[in-house]
Design a protein around this ligand. Structure first.
Ligand code: NAD
Length: 426
């Protein structure tokens, strides 16, 4: 591998994520010739709740945590979006993620609006009891906004099916009866859907298959690099390896590993389980996260956090195709650079929509109390993503724009049509 210094992400590469989304919405509304009513409404979040709440820690001390629940827009249906537990979450990050959810639901044509929640905390250093108390109190604080017909949370970074089970239980205790459909991403025994846990990574694999077919890249010899080895990244790696891709690079928050001849994925999974990280795996060279993003490969999947590909490292990205597993992994400036380099990007609102689609299936199953087989879930997921991919591709060819702009145009046009049909109250 070339030993040039790769570019690490710094604070100066990260602009305000909500302002960035507002700029994108402005630009796309102009390109799509969508009126000002839709543009002005999509630039803002409809409802924003900020909560500061006390939690008793195991040592008896009381900490006051800050949390958010933001509903960006519910024109097309109940608001839907994950809950993030991370020490650095901010109001503007949560707003930006909520806006992305509105667009994601519209691009895959689900009857949902967008929302996001967050608590500024570090789940990695909290005990299970502390996490349960924090979750139940946060769920009570946001209870006035959530519900199966209003706003349905789901897991995101730092939360998991257990956290969703506590939210469902807290909400149900206050109602006096069990409400399965108040959150998705629940354990199977509590109304969760088969296939939900793997759905986002599976969606990335389906997106990679559809894009490779379009570009004429044979997947059985494709070299793949994946940043992030959590729910999304690890599932995408496993599924892509199963269909014959060569996984040459993987990373997590501690660093990355590289083998130009392909990593032994089951061995890396075992190593991660035993040591907590992929680094120092046998038969692989340790690399940094910055180096991973610049690997010479066919498919790059950023599946960790936001703003990983920015204007200083985008010129060095060598992948032929990027499948955005994470939300917002590419800054607005970097997206333009990738587009100029003719790198085919399946944007986040399409590539990682698998989790949202199967969350929708979970909600439908909960409302009907009728549960599907995993095969049915996976087949329906493929059908929805296949349709959305081809609709975005068609939009990109018709308007001569890249896939990101096309996905935003398709989503915004759909929302504008619904807004127009509904009119303005009163
Ligand atoms: P996760 O917490 O399970 O995994 C995150 C992974 O990223 C971990 O391996 C972690 O070590 C790694 N990571 C953290 N910081 C990093 C850094 N600075 N550099 C490199 N790696 C780093 O989270 P997840 O659920 O897999 O989510 C990953 C991304 O996908 C997020 O952007 C999330 O919003 C998005 N997403 C998740 C879902 C879902 O269903 N889980 C759905 C849609 C989008």
């Amino acid at each position: 591998m070339a030993k040039k210094q790769p570019v690490e992400v710094t604070r100066s590469d990260i602009s305000n994520p909500f302002v960035e989304i507002q700029e994108q919405i402005d630009a796309i509304c102009e390109k799509a010739n969508v009126g000002d009513t839709c543009r002005l409404r999509l630039r803002e979040c409809e409802r924003e709740l900020i909560v500061h709440f006390p939690v008793k820690m195991d040592d008896g001390k009381i900490y006051v945590f800050t949390g958010y629940r933001i509903q960006h827009n519910d024109t097309r249906g109940p608001a839907k979006g994950g809950i993030r537990y991370h020490p650095e979450v901010t109001l503007d990050e949560t707003r930006a993620l909520a806006a992305l959810m509105t667009l994601k639901a519209a691009v895959v044509n689900l009857p949902y609006g967008g929302a996001k929640g967050a608590v500024a905390c570090n789940p990695k250093i909290m005990s299970r009891d502390e996490l349960e108390r924090l979750t139940r109190r946060y769920a009570s604080e946001i209870a006035l906004l959530i519900g199966p017909e209003i706003d349905i949370p789901a897991p995101d970074v730092g939360t998991n099916p257990q956290v969703m089970a506590w939210i469902m239980d807290t909400y149900s205790m206050n109602k006096g009866y069990s409400v399965l459909g108040v959150v998705t991403g629940k354990p199977i025994e509590l109304g969760g859907s088969r296939g939900r846990f793997e759905a986002t990574g599976r969606g990335c694999m389906i997106s990679a298959q559809l894009a490779s077919k379009h570009l004429g890249i044979p997947l059985n010899t494709a070299r793949v690099a994946v940043q992030g080895f959590g729910n999304v990244g690890a599932t995408a790696v496993k599924l892509l390896a199963q269909i014959g891709c060569q996984i040459i690079g993987i990373s997590d928050s501690k660093g990355g590993i590289f083998n130009p001849n392909g990593l032994d994925v089951p061995k890396v999974v075992r190593h991660k389980k035993e040591t907590g990280s992929v680094i120092d795996s046998k038969d692989a060279e340790n690399i940094t996260n910055a180096e991973l993003l610049e690997l010479d490969c066919d498919i790059l999947i950023p599946a960790a956090l936001e703003n990983q590909i920015h204007q200083r490292n985008a010129p060095s990205v060598k992948a032929r195709m990027i499948v955005e597993g994470a939300n917002g992994p590419t800054t607005y400036e970097a997206a333009k650079i990738l587009s100029d380099k003719r790198i085919f990007v399946v944007p986040d609102i399409l590539a990682n929509a698998g989790g949202l689609v199967v969350s929708y299936f979970e909600w439908v199953q909960d409302l009907q109390s009728f549960f599907w087989s995993e095969e049915e879930v996976n087949n329906q997921l493929r059908r929805v993503l296949d349709n959305a991919f081809h609709e975005v591709l068609e939009m990109s060819q018709r308007y001569k724009v890249d896939m990101r702009d096309a996905a935003y145009m398709l989503a915004i046009k759909r929302i504008a049509d619904t807004m127009h049909a509904r009119g303005i109250f009163p």
